[in-house]
Design a protein around this ligand. Structure first.
Ligand SMILES: NC(=O)c1ccc[n+]([C@@H]2O[C@H](COP(=O)([O-])OP(=O)(O)OC[C@H]3O[C@@H](n4cnc5c(N)ncnc54)[C@H](O)[C@@H]3O)[C@@H](O)[C@H]2O)c1
Length: 426
């Protein structure tokens, strides 16, 4: 682990937040929740409202408030760490700008939209020896740690096969993958990478073997013009069917506005001011007010992937828009027992020898589900900072090697979906 040029080994790590959007604010807020370990001292963000909000909330000195990551990089190293929270296509350029400056790097997933760009990021980080973690936050939840420990302990014998479901959620699909930032592959990434690189990575983490072959099917089946009901308008505010439509932006966002407890994600993406006037304007003019059958979306709304890992272990994965949003549902079938969950929180372990089932509530395990991604957001921030502060690199379980392995599996699965062929990784 590369030594940090820090004023005092006891001082908190300082952070530059690059991209003060949804994820940038998550990590900045978490820095406040782990005082003594992290402090936000700089921000780079082009949108005035978001940049000023972050500068205000963290008392950032004016000379460390930048409009873009390019400006921040030109200023040299202004903090110990950088959290790169720009959109997917910008990640590679950001890594190339900040790695040579010696920053410790927390990089949002996916690393980049192409396998070649991911490899270049890996090479850059290896060249400069930065402490580096990709925000595969699911690896850092209490739930995942417990499952991994159970599997590695041999409690269910050897894993033979795994069944894993990611219920993206009907409204989450509409918000992010039909109307929002990840709707269109050219502007972001394909859906398996944008949403389910977490799941492919989680399978790789738990199974702990290299993937050999993948096959995949899936398509955009529903959110298309041909499925727009007769009489529907292209803007939800103008639509007379809105009360009967589960996808109505008018119903969805105004209901959330009426409840102050819901003044966070996803409403803040549409209108961070939480006012009726600004929300109405955003729905009238912006992308989030569009009919889900009249958008420029092209990413899939359902996809399945089959995996074969070294030693013949198999897994099947389903990602679907057509479900309530909830925890991942997983069944791990071993030679001596099974591990099951329906919410990525409560685990049931069945033992073939005794026929008994033990239930573990991972919320009660001391590391709570509180916070985003089942506690994974807190988990990665804490692990990243502690790894640097206490020189314990093993706390980072989503470094370059783990991440490139699972990202390459995602790219192979997508090649299979497009080609209709099984794709070999090795
Ligand atoms: N780990 C997870 O589970 C998770 C969840 C959601 C999103 N993500 C990933 O996090 C990243 C950010 O997603 P988000 O939801 O925060 O998006 P966002 O659009 O809310 O935030 C991105 C921010 O980058 C800013 N930006 C654009 N150009 C910039 C520049 N030149 N310099 C500095 N900032 C610039 C934008 O103005 C915006 O505020 C994406 O890569 C996304 O795929 C990860």
């Amino acid at each position: 682990m590369k030594a940090t040029k820090r004023k005092s080994p006891r001082a908190p790590l300082t952070f530059l937040i690059v991209g003060a959007g949804g994820r940038g604010f998550v990590y900045a807020d978490l820095a406040k929740k782990i005082p003594g370990k992290a402090k936000v001292v700089a921000v780079a963000e082009p949108r005035d409202f978001h940049r000023e909000k972050m500068a205000r909330e963290h008392g950032i000195a004016p000379e460390l408030v930048f409009r873009t990551w390019q400006e921040a990089a030109a200023a040299g190293r202004v903090a110990d760490c950088v959290a790169i929270c720009t959109q997917d296509a910008d990640h590679e350029a950001c890594v190339k700008a900040f790695a040579p400056l010696g920053y410790h790097i927390l990089l949002e997933k996916p690393m980049a939209p192409t396998a070649a760009a991911c490899r270049r990021i890996v090479a850059e980080v290896r060249r400069h020896g930065n402490v580096f973690a990709v925000c595969h936050v699911l690896r850092y939840t209490a739930y995942s740690r417990i499952v991994k420990k159970l599997v590695d302990s041999g409690r269910i014998g050897d894993i033979v096969t795994v069944e894993h479901l990611e219920p993206v959620g009907y409204w989450h699909q509409a918000h992010s993958f039909v109307r929002g930032n990840w709707r269109n592959e050219k502007e972001s990434s394909f859906m398996l990478l944008a949403k389910a690189c977490h799941d492919v990575d989680w399978l790789s983490f738990v199974i702990g073997r290299p993937c050999r072959r993948v096959s995949s099917f899936g398509s955009l089946s529903f959110f298309k013009r041909k499925n727009q009901p007769a009489g529907a308008a292209d803007r939800c505010l103008d639509c007379r069917l809105s009360r009967k439509c589960p996808w109505s932006a008018k119903e969805f966002y105004f209901k959330r506005l009426a409840d102050p407890k819901q003044h966070g994600w996803p409403l803040d993406v549409v209108d961070p001011t939480f006012t009726r006037k600004n929300l109405a304007k955003a729905l009238r003019e912006g992308p989030y007010g569009r009919c889900v059958f009249a958008c420029d979306n092209d990413v899939v709304d359902h996809q399945v992937v089959n995996f074969e890992y070294e030693g013949g272990v198999t897994a099947s994965f389903t990602m679907t828009a057509f479900a309530p949003m909830g925890g991942r549902r997983t069944r791990i079938f071993g030679t001596k027992g099974t591990i099951e969950t329906d919410d990525s929180s409560t685990i049931r372990i069945c033992d073939f020898l005794t026929g008994k089932t033990e239930t573990i509530d991972t919320n009660a395990s001391g590391s709570s589900m509180a916070g985003g991604h089942g506690g994974g957001d807190n988990g990665i921030m804490d692990a990243f900072c502690t790894a640097i502060l206490e020189n314990r690199p093993g706390l980072i379980v989503s470094g370059v090697d783990d991440t490139i392995e699972s990202h390459l599996t995602v790219f192979a699965a997508e090649r299979s979906r497009r080609s209709g062929r099984t794709v070999s990784l090795r």
